[in-house]
Design a protein around this ligand. Structure first.
Ligand code: M6R
Length: 366
C-alpha cells in the first residue's frame, strides 16, 4: 500500500508531480490561453462583483492560503485577507454581499474551518471551498467547490495536498484575472506555460533527496531550526517550519527575514541551522543581507536558491538548488525540499513519521 516506500509521507511527497498534473488536467485550454473552471459555477457577473476575499483555513491549508493571497491580489487585484479558522470563527468580520469566503481544507472536515463556513452560510454569504475530498462536508455545504486531485493523503503531515492547493489557487487567481481583465493575455499564456512545466520540475527537485538526507541528519542533532525568507519565500518558510516541528519534534520557527533584527536575532548562536529561502528576485539583496547577519553570529546556513545562482555560495554554508520558474510560482518547487528535510530529520530521530505524537490527520473537534 505504500508503493515500495518506507512511509506514506515519502510516497506522498513523490506523488506530487502526478498530483499536480491531475489537478491541472482539463483546466487549462489546449493552447494555454485560458483557464476553464466551469465546475466552480461562478458566473462572470458574480466574479465581477467580488471586491474582497476572506481565505479561512488551518495549518498547512492556511499556509497555502498565504500564497493564494499573493496570487489573487497579483492576478485579479482583489484584496484578500487570510485567517486561521479558529480565530476567524470567533470574531465578527466585516463581510458584505460582495465578499467571497474561501475555505481551504484538504479533508473538508476540519471543525474550525467548517464552523467558519457554516457561520458564513448562515449569515447569507457566498462560500467557496478548495478541498481534496469530493464528498466531504466542506464540498457538500459550500456554494462553489474547487477540487484538488491529490488523491488520498494518509500521512498526518500534509504534503501533496498543500502543493495541489497552491495549484488550485493559482488557477483560481488566473481565472478571476481573466474575467476581470486584470491580466494581459500574453502574461496569462506565459504563466500557464510555466505552470504546466511544474510537474517535471518537481521531479527534478525530488532527485536531490539524497543530499537533503545528509543535511537533515546533521541538522537533526540540533534542538532548534530557523526558516527565513521574504515575500512568498516567507510563506513557504512557515510551511517548512510547521512540517519540521510536526514530525521531527525539533523546535522550528519561520520569520520574515527582515524581522530578525526586531528580536529573533538574539536566538542565533554558533552552529544553529538556518534555512534561508532566496527565490524572490526583487528581494534577493535584502535577504542576502539578512543571511549575512546570521552568518556573523556563526549560524549554519542552508540556502534554497535558483539553479545557476552561484553568487549565493559566497554567503552560506550549503545550497540546495531548485530549477528555475517564475518567482511567483516558486512555492511549488520550494516545498518539496523542505518536506524531505523534515522527513529525514524525523527518521534520524527515530520518530513515527506518519503518525507524529499528539496529532490526528483530521481535526474534527475543536
Ligand atoms: O484537512 P485540513 O486541510 O483542513 O487540515 C488542516 C490542518 O489540520 C493540517 O493541514 C495540519 O496542519 C497538517 N497536519 C500539517 O501537516
Amino acid at each position: 500500500e505504500k508503493g515500495g516506500y518506507e512511509h506514506f509521507m515519502l510516497k506522498e511527497i513523490h506523488e506530487q508531480p502526478k498530483a499536480v498534473r491531475d489537478t491541472l488536467s482539463g483546466r487549462i485550454a489546449e493552447d494555454g490561453s485560458a483557464v476553464t473552471l466551469g465546475e466552480l459555477d461562478l458566473s462572470e457577473e458574480v466574479v465581477r462583483s467580488i471586491d474582497r476575499i476572506h481565505i479561512v483555513a488551518c495549518g498547512t491549508s492556511y499556509h497555502a492560503g498565504l500564497v493564494g493571497k499573493v496570487a489573487i491580489e497579483t492576478l485579479a487585484r482583489i484584496p484578500v485577507d487570510v485567517e486561521i479558522a479558529s480565530e476567524y470563527r470567533y470574531r465578527n468580520p466585516i463581510v458584505t454581499d460582495r465578499t467571497l469566503i474561501l475555505v481551504i481544507s484538504q479533508s473538508g472536515e476540519t471543525a474550525d474551518t467548517l464552523a467558519a463556513l457554516r457561520n458564513a452560510k448562515m449569515a447569507g454569504n457566498r462560500v467557496m471551498a478548495i478541498t481534496n475530498v469530493v464528498g466531504s462536508s466542506a464540498a457538500r455545504e459550500a456554494d462553489h467547490v474547487l477540487v484538488t486531485w491529490a488523491g488520498p493523503e494518509i500521512s498526518v503531515a500534509s504534503t501533496k495536498a498543500y502543493t495541489t492547493q497552491l495549484i488550485a489557487l493559482y488557477l483560481f487567481a488566473a481565472y478571476l484575472g481573466q474575467i476581470k481583465g486584470t491580466i494581459a493575455s500574453d502574461e496569462r499564456a506565459k504563466l500557464m506555460n510555466a505552470i504546466l512545466e511544474l510537474p517535471l520540475k518537481i521531479d527534478e527537485v525530488l532527485k536531490t533527496a539524497p543530499a537533503i538526507e545528509t543535511i537533515a541528519r546533521d541538522f537533526s542533532s540540533w534542538d532548534d531550526a530557523f526558516f527565513l525568507g521574504r515575500g512568498l519565500d516567507f510563506a513557504v518558510a512557515l510551511e517548512g517550519a510547521l512540517k519540521y516541528k510536526e514530525i521531527s519534534y525539533i523546535h522550528a520557527e519561520a520569520y520574515p527575514a527582515g524581522e530578525l533584527k526586531h528580536g529573533t536575532l538574539a536566538l542565533i548562536t554558533e552552529g544553529v541551522p538556518v534555512i534561508a529561502l532566496v527565490t524572490q528576485d526583487e528581494l534577493y539583496e535584502k535577504t542576502v543581507s539578512n543571511i549575512k547577519e546570521v552568518k556573523a553570529r556563526d549560524a549554519h546556513v542552508l540556502a534554497l536558491a535558483w539553479v545557476g545562482d552561484e553568487e549565493i555560495e559566497k554567503s552560506v554554508d550549503r545550497v540546495l538548488y531548485v530549477p528555475h520558474t517564475l518567482p511567483f510560482l516558486a512555492p511549488v518547487l520550494l516545498v518539496a525540499p523542505l518536506q524531505l528535510l523534515a522527513y529525514y530529520a524525523s527518521i534520524a530521530r527515530g520518530n513515527d513519521v506518519d503518525k507524529p505524537r499528539n496529532l490526528a490527520k483530521s481535526v474534527t473537534v475543536e
